[in-house]
Design a protein around this ligand. Structure first.
Ligand code: URA
Ligand code: SF4
Length: 198
Protein backbone atom coordinates (compact mmCIF):
# COMPACT_ATOMS: atom_id res chain seq x y z
CA UNK A 1 0.00 0.00 0.00
CA UNK A 2 1.26 3.47 -0.81
CA UNK A 3 1.40 5.57 2.34
CA UNK A 4 0.48 9.22 2.70
CA UNK A 5 4.12 10.05 3.22
CA UNK A 6 5.00 8.35 -0.03
CA UNK A 7 2.30 10.33 -1.86
CA UNK A 8 3.42 13.60 -0.32
CA UNK A 9 7.08 13.01 -1.10
CA UNK A 10 6.27 11.86 -4.63
CA UNK A 11 4.31 15.03 -5.39
CA UNK A 12 6.97 17.25 -3.81
CA UNK A 13 9.60 15.58 -5.99
CA UNK A 14 7.43 15.92 -9.10
CA UNK A 15 7.00 19.64 -8.42
CA UNK A 16 10.73 20.06 -7.85
CA UNK A 17 11.52 18.17 -11.05
CA UNK A 18 9.16 20.40 -13.05
CA UNK A 19 11.02 23.43 -11.69
CA UNK A 20 14.42 21.82 -12.39
CA UNK A 21 13.40 21.15 -15.99
CA UNK A 22 13.44 24.92 -16.53
CA UNK A 23 16.90 25.34 -14.97
CA UNK A 24 19.51 27.35 -16.87
CA UNK A 25 21.78 28.04 -13.91
CA UNK A 26 24.87 26.60 -15.59
CA UNK A 27 25.96 26.06 -19.17
CA UNK A 28 25.29 22.31 -19.05
CA UNK A 29 21.64 23.18 -19.79
CA UNK A 30 22.59 23.90 -23.42
CA UNK A 31 23.65 20.29 -24.04
CA UNK A 32 20.84 18.36 -22.40
CA UNK A 33 18.42 16.17 -24.34
CA UNK A 34 16.62 15.27 -21.12
CA UNK A 35 17.06 16.38 -17.58
CA UNK A 36 18.23 13.48 -15.39
CA UNK A 37 16.58 14.42 -12.13
CA UNK A 38 16.57 11.17 -10.15
CA UNK A 39 14.66 7.94 -9.73
CA UNK A 40 13.48 5.64 -6.98
CA UNK A 41 11.40 5.39 -3.85
CA UNK A 42 10.38 8.90 -2.70
CA UNK A 43 10.68 7.73 0.93
CA UNK A 44 13.97 5.87 0.52
CA UNK A 45 16.16 5.70 3.60
CA UNK A 46 19.18 5.20 1.34
CA UNK A 47 20.21 7.55 -1.47
CA UNK A 48 23.01 6.99 -3.98
CA UNK A 49 24.62 10.00 -5.62
CA UNK A 50 26.65 9.67 -8.81
CA UNK A 51 28.48 12.21 -10.87
CA UNK A 52 26.40 13.23 -13.86
CA UNK A 53 24.43 11.80 -16.76
CA UNK A 54 26.24 10.00 -19.59
CA UNK A 55 24.91 9.46 -23.10
CA UNK A 56 22.27 6.83 -22.27
CA UNK A 57 21.11 8.73 -19.21
CA UNK A 58 20.72 11.92 -21.26
CA UNK A 59 18.72 10.04 -23.90
CA UNK A 60 16.48 8.22 -21.42
CA UNK A 61 16.19 10.86 -18.67
CA UNK A 62 17.13 8.38 -15.94
CA UNK A 63 20.37 8.00 -13.94
CA UNK A 64 22.64 4.95 -14.27
CA UNK A 65 20.94 3.19 -17.19
CA UNK A 66 24.07 2.60 -19.32
CA UNK A 67 26.79 -0.05 -18.84
CA UNK A 68 27.94 1.34 -15.48
CA UNK A 69 24.39 1.51 -14.24
CA UNK A 70 23.69 -2.10 -15.18
CA UNK A 71 26.71 -3.23 -13.19
CA UNK A 72 25.64 -1.08 -10.24
CA UNK A 73 22.10 -2.52 -10.39
CA UNK A 74 23.54 -6.05 -10.18
CA UNK A 75 25.56 -5.23 -7.06
CA UNK A 76 22.57 -3.47 -5.50
CA UNK A 77 20.25 -6.33 -6.33
CA UNK A 78 22.63 -8.78 -4.64
CA UNK A 79 22.12 -6.91 -1.35
CA UNK A 80 18.37 -6.58 -1.86
CA UNK A 81 18.34 -2.95 -2.97
CA UNK A 82 16.70 -1.58 -6.09
CA UNK A 83 15.50 1.71 -7.54
CA UNK A 84 12.04 0.18 -8.04
CA UNK A 85 11.63 -0.61 -4.34
CA UNK A 86 13.83 0.90 -1.67
CA UNK A 87 16.50 3.36 -2.79
CA UNK A 88 16.67 6.70 -4.60
CA UNK A 89 19.39 7.49 -7.14
CA UNK A 90 20.49 10.92 -8.36
CA UNK A 91 23.59 12.72 -9.60
CA UNK A 92 25.63 15.79 -8.61
CA UNK A 93 24.64 17.47 -11.87
CA UNK A 94 21.34 16.87 -13.62
CA UNK A 95 22.45 17.69 -17.18
CA UNK A 96 25.02 15.79 -19.23
CA UNK A 97 28.52 17.28 -19.39
CA UNK A 98 29.86 17.41 -22.98
CA UNK A 99 31.76 14.25 -23.99
CA UNK A 100 31.23 12.91 -20.45
CA UNK A 101 33.87 15.19 -18.96
CA UNK A 102 33.87 15.68 -15.18
CA UNK A 103 31.34 18.27 -14.03
CA UNK A 104 33.25 21.45 -13.15
CA UNK A 105 33.19 22.87 -9.62
CA UNK A 106 30.97 25.82 -10.60
CA UNK A 107 28.50 23.46 -12.30
CA UNK A 108 28.39 21.25 -9.21
CA UNK A 109 27.90 24.30 -7.00
CA UNK A 110 25.02 25.62 -9.11
CA UNK A 111 23.34 22.24 -9.26
CA UNK A 112 23.73 21.49 -5.54
CA UNK A 113 20.56 23.48 -4.90
CA UNK A 114 18.47 20.74 -6.55
CA UNK A 115 20.21 17.92 -4.70
CA UNK A 116 19.74 19.72 -1.37
CA UNK A 117 16.03 20.00 -2.08
CA UNK A 118 15.93 16.28 -2.94
CA UNK A 119 17.61 15.50 0.42
CA UNK A 120 15.17 17.80 2.20
CA UNK A 121 12.15 15.98 0.77
CA UNK A 122 13.43 12.39 0.99
CA UNK A 123 15.42 12.75 4.24
CA UNK A 124 17.63 9.67 3.80
CA UNK A 125 19.46 8.11 6.75
CA UNK A 126 22.31 6.86 4.59
CA UNK A 127 23.92 8.52 1.56
CA UNK A 128 26.30 6.59 -0.69
CA UNK A 129 28.55 8.70 -2.91
CA UNK A 130 29.22 6.76 -6.09
CA UNK A 131 32.71 7.80 -7.18
CA UNK A 132 35.23 10.46 -6.32
CA UNK A 133 33.33 13.48 -7.63
CA UNK A 134 30.31 13.23 -5.35
CA UNK A 135 32.47 11.91 -2.49
CA UNK A 136 34.73 14.96 -2.65
CA UNK A 137 31.78 17.33 -2.76
CA UNK A 138 29.54 15.71 -0.16
CA UNK A 139 31.98 14.00 2.25
CA UNK A 140 35.29 15.89 2.16
CA UNK A 141 37.29 17.68 -0.52
CA UNK A 142 40.45 15.61 -0.02
CA UNK A 143 38.70 12.23 -0.07
CA UNK A 144 41.00 9.46 -1.30
CA UNK A 145 38.50 7.13 -2.86
CA UNK A 146 40.91 4.22 -3.46
CA UNK A 147 41.79 4.14 0.24
CA UNK A 148 38.67 5.48 1.92
CA UNK A 149 35.84 3.82 0.03
CA UNK A 150 33.61 1.74 2.29
CA UNK A 151 34.24 3.96 5.34
CA UNK A 152 31.14 5.39 6.98
CA UNK A 153 31.15 8.84 8.54
CA UNK A 154 28.31 10.68 10.22
CA UNK A 155 27.74 14.16 8.78
CA UNK A 156 24.84 16.41 9.79
CA UNK A 157 22.95 13.42 11.16
CA UNK A 158 23.34 11.40 7.95
CA UNK A 159 25.60 8.38 7.61
CA UNK A 160 27.77 8.82 4.52
CA UNK A 161 30.01 6.48 2.58
CA UNK A 162 31.82 6.63 -0.76
CA UNK A 163 32.19 3.65 -3.05
CA UNK A 164 34.15 3.07 -6.24
CA UNK A 165 32.38 4.21 -9.39
CA UNK A 166 31.11 1.28 -11.50
CA UNK A 167 32.83 2.83 -14.55
CA UNK A 168 36.14 2.29 -12.71
CA UNK A 169 35.16 -1.35 -12.18
CA UNK A 170 34.48 -1.76 -15.90
CA UNK A 171 37.96 -0.40 -16.60
CA UNK A 172 39.57 -2.60 -13.94
CA UNK A 173 37.49 -5.70 -13.07
CA UNK A 174 40.04 -6.68 -10.39
CA UNK A 175 38.49 -3.96 -8.23
CA UNK A 176 35.05 -5.58 -8.24
CA UNK A 177 35.46 -7.62 -5.02
CA UNK A 178 36.54 -4.62 -2.93
CA UNK A 179 33.72 -2.56 -4.39
CA UNK A 180 31.17 -5.25 -3.64
CA UNK A 181 32.44 -5.36 -0.04
CA UNK A 182 31.13 -1.76 0.26
CA UNK A 183 27.65 -2.95 -0.70
CA UNK A 184 27.81 -5.68 1.95
CA UNK A 185 28.79 -3.07 4.56
CA UNK A 186 25.91 -0.92 3.38
CA UNK A 187 23.56 -3.85 3.94
CA UNK A 188 24.82 -4.20 7.53
CA UNK A 189 24.26 -0.49 8.23
CA UNK A 190 20.76 -0.70 6.81
CA UNK A 191 20.00 -3.55 9.19
CA UNK A 192 21.16 -1.39 12.11
CA UNK A 193 19.52 1.88 11.13
CA UNK A 194 16.61 1.58 8.78
CA UNK A 195 13.04 0.55 9.36
CA UNK A 196 10.74 2.09 6.79
CA UNK A 197 11.49 0.72 3.38
CA UNK A 198 13.57 -2.44 3.97
N1 URA B 1 27.66 7.75 -14.16
C1 URA B 1 27.17 8.55 -13.20
O1 URA B 1 27.89 9.02 -12.34
N2 URA B 1 25.87 8.81 -13.21
C2 URA B 1 25.03 8.30 -14.12
O2 URA B 1 23.83 8.58 -14.05
C3 URA B 1 25.56 7.46 -15.11
C4 URA B 1 26.89 7.20 -15.12
FE1 SF4 C 1 20.69 23.55 -13.81
FE2 SF4 C 1 22.03 21.53 -12.79
FE3 SF4 C 1 21.36 21.48 -15.35
FE4 SF4 C 1 23.24 23.16 -14.49
S1 SF4 C 1 23.36 20.93 -14.49
S2 SF4 C 1 21.54 23.67 -15.89
S3 SF4 C 1 22.47 23.70 -12.47
S4 SF4 C 1 19.94 21.45 -13.62
Amino acid sequence: MVSNMENNNASALEALKAECQQCTKCELCTGRTNLVFGVGNPCAEVMLIGEGPGEQEDLQGEPFVGRSGKLMDLMLDAVDLSRSRNIYIANMVKCRPPKNRDPQPNEQDECLHWLREQFRIIRPKIVVCVGRISGAKLIKPDLKITREHGEFIMKNGVLMMATLHPAALLRDPNKKPEAFADYLKLREKIKELCERTY
